[in-house]
Design a protein around this ligand. Structure first.
Ligand SMILES: Cc1cc2nc3c(=O)[nH]c(=O)nc-3n(C[C@H](O)[C@H](O)[C@H](O)COP(=O)(O)OP(=O)(O)OC[C@H]3O[C@@H](n4cnc5c(N)ncnc54)[C@H](O)[C@@H]3O)c2cc1C
Ligand code: FES
Ligand code: FES
Length: 1295
């Protein structure tokens, strides 16, 4: 074969010819580092977030059409791009050449906050619209399933894109958005959008269209460690597999890529099979046997083909195909579905493959071939999988195709899957279930029950099935099958993956659903009346369906009288939104490489240097002698490239003398492992309080931790300069801390350290105190080697090392009246601090202050303990301990309600604070709008009517339940650490009238820069276009507070206002002298008059400062309050859930920018949804972090947004404690997501009551599918018991 050794492909229309290709190079690396197309972002490297999405186009020479599809550039190999055209976000629009309408609409719809996810989202939508200019909303939601955003809460992204959808405007093609004509319907501001004009799209390269030679060329590339072959005939492929039996075949690389990048596996020979025609075919076979699917056929192509096939044939004959379509609907995101192949899925032989249980149950037939022995056929049955990730294929054999059979009339087939998250998640357990009845009867002729996730391989319950042949399909069968399945497929405690009882109950639940589904059809078909299936049981078989999303946002725009130049109060998009949509916004790792720059990779083997810490010097930059948690940094390797540095770091071997770690709060309590001090707050008299209480309850409740999952991981770049200076670009919320710690580590004064922060790809507290973990090694390396050094940690390193939200345990004793009025409460709060104190003291203090949430508790004693454990130190995270302790309070409310048998909302209302009340830390509450928010939310959500509807639904449905809950929040604004409540700004007016603001605060997507420019417009009276913020730097503003504690706008806003007022005052004489002149004229006149046109502004929050010693002083400047009502539906047999509706009313005072504030509310709410429902950190009993990326750790995706999501800002609210009567908003709304948790609990209570169980049960956060399912006790869950603690080693522990 004539090997071509030159890679030819196109990027954004430009032809690239690359001779020197390393097969290990990913497309992402090449685009970013070689072509400097940094709009393509790296956020996970495992295909799980979509930040790296690009469009790949190829010409289908057979069908003569261009095919466009999305691809994860982090997984795609550069070698695989031969003959293809790649389009990146830079290729579709730019600020200079004009935005693409998709970029325009996401920016104008407020769909970009930090912007790190935005280019990937733009490319997913661009590809969809390139294929279909007017998609349905459902198609849009599907196209975006593989894209994560941690900031926005997705709603505005979807709203922006909906403007392209069929449903958006009844005028369809004639809609004004698609033409230059004025809007016929006068529908809002849609005229402002750039119309979609496909003639402006970049064209497909004619060279690729005219010649098919690139597809027909055999390729061979030899890299540093790996050879890559791309054969183009089956003969060539089989020959290669004979010569290299250990060669790894590659199709979509979605599995092999993960093995190479995440699991550190090295394959010397890779053989790419994508261009072998025999493996590409998909066809319907003769004589109704089935369809034959080539091994290379992608999941997307299979889905499309199956959908066409089921339309052509009778329903009964395509039952396997229908089950496959439903299964594929939940298979990964679109980018993976476009790349991943059927053969790759089968041959990976993963125990949680979604296809294998269906193929096995349907008795699919595999065709395999080898050079020496030719072709053979294998029926996929229990013998096919030989062990974990092993199949019956010989090393020199290749899978050619899979034949999937049609079904006959008496045959039924269904597939089931339960994952942690519905969209884009791998299965916990899945199943393919088939039954064949004797002719027109309900007697079983053949049955096959196959399960994934129950053993190291996909299993078939053969013995069970053998015993069922000849039996009648009736109720008795269910009990027998359950027992037989548990005997045949046992899952002992301690099995890999854990969740043993849950997984077993899923197996039974799936069978029960299958039984009912088939029974209902059989009865109809055979006209049977027995057994009677109660109407309410039909809820078990309802397919999961997600209706369209709808939303509303209510806020008051600026008054008509407000001068147009004054931008305060207007819903203005984020000032960087446009750049973020085009990929032109520069993040630290997007900066071009410096000459001689080196790369640093964190490792675990270099002796340490200095100590550092946040308030305590209790951390080592590199661990010395003792390593106190897994993931702790003990060294670093510096090398010429990232690949080399990482390879060297991974090659380091360390030997430890291991000790038993303390990981969990309970273990720490048992072993008295705490950090001091433990603060407490007392008010009233507990003894007399409990004495007066008619009911006293004791209990405990826990809430898990949370990973920040900012899309941009921790990153630092250090450049040594003359005179021992060092300049650093750090993604940090706290430049002043970076400066101070770097100076101390290098032994130089702070004035030699310059920290520059342009923007961050999200922070959420994770970059407030932990960015130094990386910036210190980077600074030390740069200083030592005197060259620039950079490091952006990979997602797994970020999750293993940098800590997250503190898990909490609350142990309480509460006393209340018969009406639910709380009289006395004693609480001990325990946080899991980790291996250093970091911020735990402050987190605990905020927890102490927030235990009351919104309730007056006259006698209260709360103590907070910091558990010292061997996990990475936990740190600041949006809410800073407040959400955890408010959750404890709400759990107590819920327990009181259950025990007194009164609705929880009644308990909440009866305990609400009144205006003028004092908190347990003696702060008087004024301008408190909690009741107003509550009443408005009750009204907006139509709470009382819906309560009745939910109860009605529950009475009619046994296996689906709905729940409704309404929850308030009250959040104190300010740092609890007094000295942080200060900042300064610097404002320059230049001679041309342009204004530069330099803030102490940093921009991480929350819109601080935008709001500050708005504030300046009001004082200076100049439009936003004249005001710019370049970056935040320690050279322009010294000693600034971290941007945190929801105080960024308050502190910086006041300082900007003061600085601008000073300048305005200096300009006043020139303005009054010539009032008709322009701003530029006044500035010039002042300049020539030698007026100082720069000013600083300084603000410190007045009258605050609480002392734990004396119990006096004001803890918070004021409170931001709000209320949310959520309704959910759960599947009692699987633990699945869906949020049907959420209504939020939030008091943000007079918003500086209502669009940004709504964005903060929705974003925080969705992050809280992650905390309370989806996100579960799993750590092995030895302390190894098991959740290291988006594959294992599920943050909310677009599919999770409430189907109806209404947000309104409370009107007529004043706040005389912050700039222009606004309020801090970043953290407060997060807790409102607990309304989803308590709605889930409400739904479970109904399920338990149907099964005869009490409504009081222990239900910890997060409400994962496992917890939901196991709390819905029924005849299936009762088949298991919990193994006593200590009798086995669990797979993971709850921290
Ligand atoms: C983010 C993400 C989400 C995912 N979600 C799901 C999911 O929801 N459900 C699910 O089941 N899987 C999922 N996967 C796993 C993976 O995508 C699938 O297993 C996929 O089908 C693999 O196909 P591929 O073409 O990418 O395989 P590759 O990575 O190219 O190859 C995988 C393996 O198959 C072998 N192989 C490929 N072709 C042949 C052949 N013709 N003959 C012999 N051996 C062959 C290769 O040697 C290799 O060992 C997910 C993966 C990722 C990264
Ligand atoms: S970076 Fe590629 S999917 Fe996350
Ligand atoms: S805007 Fe989506 S991750 Fe920040």
């Amino acid at each position: 074969m004539a090997d071509c050794v030159e890679l030819v492909f196109f990027v954004n229309g430009r032809k690239i010819v690359e001779k020197d290709v390393d097969p290990e190079t990913t497309l992402l690396h090449y685009l970013r580092k070689k072509l400097c197309l940094t709009g393509v972002k790296l956020a996970c490297g495992e295909g799980g977030c979509g930040a790296c999405t690009v469009m790949v186009s190829r010409y289908d020479h057979k069908n003569k059409k261009i095919i466009h599809y999305t691809v994860n550039a982090c997984l795609a190999r550069l070698c695989a791009m031969h003959g293809l055209a790649v389009t990146t976000v830079e290729g579709i629009g730019s600020i200079k050449n004009g935005l693409h309408p998709i970029q325009d609409r996401i920016a104008k719809s407020y769909g970009s906050q930090c912007g790190f996810c935005t280019p990937g989202i733009v490319m997913s939508m661009y590809t969809l619209i390139r294929n279909n200019s007017s998609p349905t909303t459902e198609q849009m939601e599907t196209a975006l399933e593989g894209n994560l955003c941690r900031c926005t809460g997705y709603r505005p992204i979807l709203e922006g894109f909906k403007t392209f959808s069929k449903e958006y405007c009844g005028l369809g093609e004639k809609c004004c958005k698609n033409s230059t004509q004025p809007c016929e319907k006068m529908k809002g501001d849609c005229k402002d959008f750039i119309p979609l004009d496909s003639s402006q799209d970049p064209i497909f390269p004619p060279e690729l269209q005219h010649s098919g030679k690139f597809d027909r060329e055999s390729l061979k590339f030899i890299g540093e460690r790996t050879k890559w072959f791309r054969p183009v005939t089956l003969q060539e492929l089989l020959l290669l597999k004979t010569v290299y039996p250990d060669a790894r075949l590659v199709v979509g690389n979605t599995e092999v890529g993960i093995e190479m990048q995440q699991k550190n596996m090295h394959y010397p020979v890779l053989v790419c099979t994508t261009n072998v025609p025999n493996l590409q075919r998909i066809e319907q076979m003769e004589h109704g046997i089935g369809i034959k699917v080539g091994a290379n056929v992608t999941i997307a192509r299979l889905e499309h083909f199956l959908k066409n096939t089921v339309e052509k044939f009778s329903d009964h004959s395509t039952r396997v195909f229908t089950a496959l379509i439903e299964m594929l609907r939940w298979f990964a995101g679109s980018q993976i579905r476009n790349m991943a192949s059927v053969g790759g899925n089968v041959m990976t032989a993963s125990p949680i493959s979604d296809l294998n249980p269906l193929f096995m149950a349907s008795r699919a037939v595999l065709e395999v071939a080898s050079e020496i022995r030719g072709k053979r056929q294998i029926v996929m049955n229990e013998k096919f999988f030989k062990g974990y990730r092993q199949t019956a294929l010989e090393p020199d054999e290749v899978l050619i195709s899979v034949t999937i059979p049609f079904t006959c009339e008496d045959e039924y087939f269904y597939g089931y899957k339960q994952a942690h998250r519905k969209d884009d998640d791998i299965a916990i357990v899945n199943a393919g279930l088939r039954v064949l009845f004797e002719n027109k009867s309900n007697t079983i002729a053949d049955i096959c029950l196959c399960f994934g996730g129950m053993a190291p391989v996909t299993v078939s319950a053969k013995n069970t099935c053998n015993k069922l042949v000849g039996r009648t399909w009736d109720e008795k069968l269910v009990t027998d099958v359950c027992q037989l399945l548990l005997e045949e497929i046992p899952l002992p405690h301690g099995s890999p993956g854990g969740m043993e009882n849950f997984r077993s109950s899923l197996m039974l639940g799936f069978f029960y659903k299958f039984y009912l589904t088939v029974q209902i059809q059989l009865q109809k078909k055979l006209g049977l009346n027995e057994p009677k299936i109660p109407q309410s049981y039909r809820s078990a078989v309802l397919p999961y369906s997600r209706g369209p999303t709808q939303s509303s946002q209510y806020f008051k725009d600026a008054d008509d009288e407000q001068p147009s130049v004054d931008a305060v109060g207007r819903p203005i998009p984020h000032e960087s939104a446009v750049k973020q949509t085009t990929g032109e916004a520069i993040f630290v790792d997007d900066m071009p490489e410096y000459r001689d720059e080196l790369y640093l990779s964190l490792v675990v083997n270099i002796p340490g240097e200095k100590r550092w810490g946040y308030t305590y010097l209790d951390e080592d930059i590199f661990a010395i002698d003792v390593v106190s948690c897994q993931g702790q940094i003990i060294g670093a390797v510096i090398a010429d490239t990232k690949q080399h540095a990482q390879r060297a770091a991974k090659a380091v071997e360390v030997t430890y003398d291991e000790e038993e770690p303390i990981l969990t709060i309970k273990q720490a309590i048992k072993q008295h492992s705490f950090y001091e001090p433990n603060h407490s707050i007392k008010c009233g008299d507990l003894t007399s309080g409990f004495h007066k209480a008619s009911h006293v309850l004791d209990g405990e409740i826990s809430i898990g931790g949370q990973e920040h999952f900012y899309m941009e991981t921790q990153v630092s770049l250090a450049i040594p300069k003359e005179d021992n200076e060092i300049e650093m670009f750090v993604a940090s919320q706290n430049p002043a801390q970076e400066q101070e710690l770097v100076a101390a580590a290098l032994g130089i004064p702070s004035n030699k350290v310059l920290i520059r922060v342009k923007r961050m790809g999200g922070g959420f507290g994770g970059k407030e105190l932990r960015a130094s973990l990386l910036s210190l090694p980077v600074a030390i390396a740069a200083n030592k080697l005197q060259v620039p050094v950079r490091c952006m940690v990979d997602r797994d390193e970020d999750m293993i090392t940098f800590g997250g939200r503190h898990p909490f345990l609350g142990q309480y004793r509460v006393g209340c009246s018969a009406e639910g009025k709380i009289i006395a409460l004693e609480v001990d709060l325990y946080c899991n601090a980790g291996n250093s104190r970091n911020s735990s003291n402050g987190v605990n203090d905020r927890a102490l202050f927030h235990i009351d949430n919104s309730y007056k508790i006259p006698n209260l004693h709360v103590t907070a303990h910091q558990c010292k454990t061997n996990i990475p130190s936990n740190t600041a995270f949006r809410g800073y301990g407040a959400p955890q302790s408010m959750f404890v309070m709400e759990a107590i409310i819920s327990e009181i309600a259950s025990s007194l048998k009164i609705p929880p909302e009644q308990v909440r209302k009866i305990n609400f604070y009144q205006e003028g009340d004092h908190t347990h830390y003696n702060q008087e509450l004024t301008q408190l709008n909690i009741r107003r928010c509550w009443e408005e939310c009750e009204g907006n959500s139509d709470f009382h009517t819906r309560r009745k509807m939910v109860d009605m639904f529950n009475s009619e449905n046994r296996w689906r339940k709905r729940g409704l809950s309404i929850v308030p929040t009250k959040f104190g604004i300010d740092f609890t650490l007094l000295h942080f409540n200060q900042t300064s700004v610097l404002v320059h007016i230049y001679k041309d009238g342009s204004v530069l603001l330099a803030l102490g605060g940093t921009e991480m997507g929350q819109g601080l820069y935008t709001k500050m420019i708005q504030v300046a417009t009001r004082v200076l009276g100049v439009p936003m276009s004249k005001i710019h913020i370049s970056e935040t730097s320690t050279a322009t503003v010294g000693n600034a507070a971290p941007t945190a504690a929801s105080s960024g706008s308050d502190l910086n806003g006041m300082a900007v206002m003061f600085a601008c007022q000073t300048l305005k005052k200096r300009l006043e004489p020139y303005i009054s002298a010539k009032p008709k002149d322009s701003w530029e004229d006044w500035v010039k006149a002042a300049y020539f008059d030698r007026v100082h046109l720069s000013a600083t502004g300084f603000y410190k929050t007045p009258d605050i400062g609480y002392s734990f010693q004396t119990g006096t002083g004001k803890a918070y400047s004021y409170f931001t309050v709000g209320v949310a009502c959520s309704e959910v539906e759960i599947d009692c047999l699987t633990g699945d859930h869906q949020v049907l509706r959420t209504d939020i009313v939030m008091d943000v005072g007079k918003s500086l920018n209502p669009a940004i504030d709504v964005g903060q509310i929705e974003g925080a709410f969705m992050q809280g949804y992650g905390l309370f429902i989806l996100e579960q950190i799993k750590v092995s009993p030895s302390g190894c972090m098991l959740t290291r990326g988006p594959g294992a750790y599920k943050i909310p995706s677009l599919g999770n947004i409430p189907r109806e999501f209404n947000v309104s800002l409370l009107k007529e609210s004043e706040n005389d404690r912050a700039v222009y009567s606004s309020k801090g908003i970043g953290e407060p709304p997060l807790f409102l997501a607990s309304s989803i948790f308590f709605a889930v609990k409400d739904a479970i209570q109904s399920a338990r009551s149907d099964a005869g169980h009490g409504s009081q049960f222990c239900f910890h956060s997060p409400a994962t599918p496992e917890r939901i399912r196991m709390a819905c006790k029924d005849q299936f869950t009762e088949m298991f018991s919990d193994a006593p603690e200590g009798s086995y080693v669990p797979w993971f522990v709850n921290l």
